[in-house]
Ligand binder design. Structure first.
Ligand code: FES
Length: 237
């Protein structure tokens, strides 16, 4: 296999020609943060958390989609890079429902971990927030668009791995969202409830429905009373 010589953070490396900068860095144990990237499934350069500086290039480049080339000199921790990642993350957080304490992914959330790693202790950007209804009509999956960071991992796994394709990106700009066709619920499209979208979601935008959800459903709909009575988790003495 043909190789190229590159330098990452001063470290000289000989890597395979068909690698991306991210792959080459990982091979050399150099950490570059990622959010949307999911190897072989979602390699679309959407979130820009993985940006790096390349000597001679006019703009920062997304390491997860940028191919290596002979002589590339790459910097993964320059002041420009660190500032760009920080601003990007703050912008993502500025439109993220931050009810972390009641979120099922609290302490197991890639966004939360990255915020800690980048030392983000307060938010500089306040603005309009997405306020879309919770989709909790499916028997097994709850989708909260207000926690979605638009990484599109769920879209890729649903389309390319499960070949079901019931969710996709819609609209543009601030109105961008991940949803089912015609804004339908997951309950009204041919979702197979495989749960793959939940397993790849970096945050709590997709999660399994649990007994707590069923209690709220039952309280809202007395016809479902029997479901509550038979669910052990909600048995009241
Ligand atoms: Fe590279 Fe999202 S991880 S752009």
């Amino acid at each position: 296999m043909s190789t190229v010589n590159i330098t990452i953070d001063g470290k000289k490396l000989q890597v395979e020609k068909d690698m991306t900068i991210l792959e080459a860095a990982r091979r050399a144990n150099i950490k570059i943060p990622t959010l949307c990237f999911l190897k072989d499934i979602n390699e679309i350069g959407a979130c820009r958390m993985c940006v790096v500086e390349i000597k001679g290039a006019r703009a920062l480049q997304a390491a997860c989609v940028y191919p290596v080339a002979e002589g590339l000199e790459i910097y993964t921790q320059s002041p420009n890079v660190r500032e760009a990642r920080r601003v990007t993350l703050e912008l993502i957080l500025s439109n993220h429902d931050k009810k972390c304490l009641t979120c099922v992914r609290n302490r197991n959330c890639e966004l939360q971990t990255l915020s800690e790693e980048l030392n983000i202790s307060q938010l500089r950007f306040e603005g309009q927030s997405t306020n879309l209804p919770l989709d909790n009509f499916s028997p097994s999956i709850v989708r909260d668009p207000n926690k979605c960071i638009l990484c599109r991992r769920c879209v890729s796994v649903c389309k390319d791995v499960q070949t079901v394709s019931v969710i996709s990106a819609t609209e543009r700009g601030f109105k961008s969202a991940i949803s089912c066709a015609f804004d339908k619920s997951l309950a009204d499209v041919p979702c197979t409830m495989c749960g793959q979208c939940i397993s790849v979601c970096p945050v709590g935008a997709l999660r399994e429905k649990d007994d707590t959800d069923r209690v709220w459903e039952a309280l809202a709909n007395p016809d479902l009373h029997v479901v509550v009575q038979t669910a052990p988790a909600v048995r009241v003495a």
